[in-house]
Design a protein around this ligand. Structure first.
Ligand SMILES: [Zn+2]
Length: 101
C-alpha cells in the first residue's frame, strides 16, 4: 500500500465523490483507508438499559484504496504515487511533479 496515515485523498466514486479527507487509519490487509467524517453510515442501536439509551449512531466505514486518489501536497493535483531510489533510499514520489512526498 502506497498511501499512509495523514495523506490527503479525494474520493473518486460513490456518495462522497469529490470530497477530500485526510487518512486517519490504514488497513493494509484490507487495502482500505479510514477518512474521518467521510463514507459515513448510520446504525440503529437498540436500547439496552438506562445507561445505553440506544438511538442512531454515525460511523465512518473504511474505503477501498481503489476508490480514492492521492492529492499531492506539493502540486495539489490528483495523482498516482511512484517510487524512486535515491542514495539507496526508497522515496515515494508524485508522478505528476516528481517530487518526494
Ligand atoms: Zn505533485
Amino acid at each position: 500500500m502506497k498511501l499512509k496515515k495523514g495523506d490527503e485523498v479525494i474520493i473518486s466514486i460513490g456518495k462522497d465523490r469529490g470530497k477530500k479527507g485526510k487518512i486517519e487509519k490504514i488497513y493494509p490487509e484490507k487495502n482500505s483507508v479510514l477518512l474521518p467524517n467521510l463514507n459515513v453510515f448510520k446504525r440503529h442501536v437498540k436500547k439496552r438499559d438506562e445507561k445505553n439509551q440506544g438511538g442512531i449512531i454515525s460511523f465512518s466505514k473504511p474505503l477501498d484504496v481503489s476508490k480514492v486518489m492521492f492529492v499531492c501536497p506539493k502540486c495539489s493535483k490528483q495523482t498516482r504515487l511512484g517510487y524512486t531510489v535515491k542514495k539507496n533510499e526508497k522515496i515515494r514520489i508524485c508522478k505528476k511533479c516528481k517530487t518526494g512526498v
